[in-house]
Design a protein. Structure first.
Length: 132
């Protein structure tokens, strides 16, 4: 589910909370993958047979690959959440948070590329750019 669909389905506050939870889950995955890589390096010994060396090297390579994927997912998720979060303040009354205007009301033909936000306090509408 994309950013716009997620905000429209769950609302901004729940979407933002889910993004933070998901990104921190990727951060924990990153730390566990680094530990897996370190354990594989510790176990790697060329005195063992070639099958065990290959197994230990596969653990190190798997940990490195998982670390890279987890880091990219963590960074991307946090970047999108931060980018949208900075735009979530009403320009008129400075209230944080918004409700998404349904697609039929935002004036776009077809699938809108931007999200139109509406303040719950004053009703002011402003566009949200979901992509940093």
């Amino acid at each position: 589910m994309g950013t716009i669909e997620g905000i429209r389905k769950h609302g901004f506050r729940k979407w933002y909370e889910r993004q933070l939870i998901e990104s921190h889950a990727w951060l924990v995955t990153l730390l566990l993958a680094v530990l897996m890589m370190a354990a594989g390096l510790e176990a790697l010994s060329f005195r063992d047979g070639p099958l065990e060396v290959l197994f230990d090297a596969a653990i190190v390579a798997g940990g490195a690959a998982l670390s890279w994927v987890a880091w990219r997912r963590y960074a991307t998720t946090m970047l999108v959440a931060e980018h949208v979060g900075h735009q979530a303040v009403c320009p008129l009354c400075e209230r944080y948070g918004f409700r998404a205007v349904p697609p039929a009301e935002d004036g776009a033909h077809g699938t809108p590329m931007r999200l139109l936000a509406a303040c719950a306090r004053c009703g002011h509408r402003w566009p949200i750019d979901p992509v940093p």
